[in-house]
Design a protein around this ligand. Structure first.
Ligand code: PEP
Ligand code: MG
Length: 583
């Protein structure tokens, strides 16, 4: 069957290393192409009947799902589908859609618009229970719309045997459902190296290519088999026998290199002339700890806690959060675990938290801004972190800081929680360090002042590049402008490291730049203390550090900073790495 389909070669952004091939699972959730026509009077009755059929079909699917989950004795999950069934008889949805169809709006547009309005309305309510229903309405709405249009709703939960996932895009809540055993690799039309799907892929060790371009969507949707090369950024749809042979060859080489790097596990991240730095890992959940331990990371430099909030219908309780933080702290002890407070908003929408649609979500109500406006949510997380701090070496990290007041307000809220724990005799680490991410240009430029307020900095280059170069990090149309080695970016990084050194505080980096082999000479040379990255990059970075004398890295950094374009700097760094004697 595969022979009949044309072989198509696509080039995208190498997002997560590794190579895999296999059967395609195409995921298209939540996005439907809506017909644009309006209805003539004679079409209304048929459209209403089609809408009712879609409701019935949805009801049947939900009943089946509920029974399937009940068999697995997962009462919570089953209850979700029960709640979804209730939505189907909600007059706010059903009657409103019918009214619009009667006014001549085609069924698909009527469903989509009513669902969107309901979701927005519910998401803004004070009442937590009602807010949580926004996610239910969205899910059920997608199902009804899929049934109405005759497009079967697909979900990552349906994946049985191992597959390669292809999709126009993956939302953060879809990404959290990825399981390495079932998804061997994935490729998407949208996204860049620092979009969250790419980041998650790296922490899970799933090979991935993103940013194949909008033009690739149709081809992705029709492919039956695929090879994804996450090292070279290549995707081959419907490969031929010789492509499979090449895949096996490349896989062998890749594994051999990984094997070679394994001896570095036990060796320190130290230059030949004695400069010692620390290499830590980024994680999104305890499930990522396996690769972290295999790479022998010296701690967690970024725990993206928002992933605990995604792919569910209500916020995690303090207790749930405490258990997760405690597990990570105990697993990593005595090494530090840097727990980042909730960084939602931007591209991470969490329907039940009441985030409204915004014109510029990356510049909007995001991260620390949201937390300071919602102290009850923020303090519940802070309490969980503090309580967990009694079980290992926790550090708190605040994201998206753009001024001193945010740091002071966050610290005041933290202090309130500490006083409350004191009163109740609940143990915590009173010396837990508090640091901030430097990911806005404003913060980078005033790092000397911010350094007086905190125990450490961690440079978040994914956002720092996005904001300083005004390039949306997830938009593949402008991904060529997202330059890690843009001279402006490097000057900001240089300034932050220098400010931290002058103030005597530790400077780390947890943006993707820290795991880039080519970035090592500059970061090492500028004096970065800690590199935190997806576990898969750790040994490669260590190998370079162990081959590059510190004084040489300082020279290279200063030469690179004298160059005028990102391309020149990139070429210069590639050459410098090429000159090293690596294994
Ligand atoms: C960053 O912005 O560099 C960062 C590490 O945070 P995130 O990628 O989660 O926004
Ligand atoms: Mg960030």
């Amino acid at each position: 069957m595969t022979e009949k389909l044309p072989t198509i070669f696509l080039k995208g952004t190498a997002a997560s290393p590794g190579i895999a091939g296999g059967r395609v699972y195409y995921l298209e959730t939540g996005k439907f192409r809506l017909p644009q026509h309006s209805l003539g009077a004679e079409e209304v009755e048929a459209e209403l009947a089609a809408f009712r059929r879609a409701l019935e079909k949805t009801e049947g699917q939900l009943e089946e799902l509920k029974e399937r989950v009940e068999k697995k004795l997962d009462a919570d999950q089953a209850a979700i589908f029960g709640a979804h069934q209730l939505v189907l008889s909600d007059p706010a949805l059903v009657e409103e859609v019918e009214a619009r169809i009667r006014r001549g709006v085609n069924g698909a547009q009527a469903i989509a618009a009513v669902v969107e309005e309901l979701v927005e309305m519910l998401a803004q309510l004070e009442d937590e229970y009602l807010r949580e229903r926004a996610a239910d309405i969205q899910d059920v709405g997608n199902r009804i719309l899929g049934n109405f249009l005759g497009v079967s709703p697909t979900s990552l939960a349906d994946i049985g045997e191992p597959v390669i996932l292809l999709a126009p895009d993956l939302t953060p809540s879809e990404t959290v459902q990825l399981e390495p055993g079932r998804v061997l690799a994935f490729a998407t039309a949208a996204g860049g190296r620092t979009s969250h799907a790419a980041i998650m892929a790296r922490s899970l060790g799933i090979p991935a290519v993103v940013g194949l371009g909008e033009g690739a969507v149709t081809d992705l949707g029709q492919a039956q088999e695929v090879i994804v090369d996450g090292n070279g950024g290549e995707v081959i749809l419907n490969p031929r026998e010789k492509d499979w042979a090449q895949l096996r060859e490349k896989e062998k080489e890749y594994r051999a290199h990984q094997h070679q790097l394994a001896f570095l596990r036990e060796l320190p991240a130290q230059t030949p002339d004695g400069r010692r730095v620390r290499l830590l890992a980024n994680i999104g959940s305890p499930a990522d700890l396996g690769p972290v331990q295999r790479a022998n990371a010296e701690g967690i430099g970024l725990f993206r806690t928002e992933f605990l909030y995604l792919d569910r219908d209500s916020a995690p309780t303090e207790e749930e959060q405490f258990e997760v933080y405690k597990e990570v702290l105990e697993t990593m002890a005595p090494h530090p675990v840097t727990i980042r407070s909730l960084d939602i908003g931007g591209d991470k929408d969490v329907p039940y938290l009441g985030l409204p649609a915004e014109m510029n979500p990356f510049l909007g109500w995001r991260a620390i801004r949201y937390c300071l406006d919602r102290p009850e949510i923020f303090q519940s997380q802070l309490r969980a972190i503090l309580r967990a701090s009694a079980h290992g070496k926790a550090q708190l990290m605040l994201p998206m800081i753009s001024n001193v007041e945010e740091v002071r307000r966050a610290r005041a809220l933290l202090q309130e929680v500490e006083m409350d724990l004191d009163r109740r005799n609940i143990p915590y680490d009173p010396r837990m360090e508090v640091g901030i991410m430097i990911e806005t240009p404003g913060a980078a430029l005033m790092a000397d002042i911010l350094a007086q307020e905190v125990d450490f900095f961690s440079i978040g280059t994914n956002d720092l590049i996005q904001y300083s170069l005004a390039v949306d990090r997830g938009n593949e149309r402008v991904s060529h402008l997202f330059q890690t080695f843009h001279p402006g970016v490097l000057r900001l990084v240089q300034q932050v490291i220098a400010a931290g050194q002058a103030a005597g505080i530790k400077v780390a980096m947890c943006g993707e730049m820290a795991g880039e082999a080519r970035a090592v000479p500059i970061l090492l040379g500028l004096g970065l203390d800690e590199f935190s990255m997806g576990a898969g990059s750790l040994l490669t970075v260590k190998e370079i550090i162990r081959s590059l004398p510190y004084h040489k890295a300082q020279e290279l950094a200063s030469q690179a900073l004298d160059l005028g374009t990102g391309d020149e700097i990139t070429a210069f760094l590639e050459e410098s790495i090429g000159d090293l004697e690596l294994g």
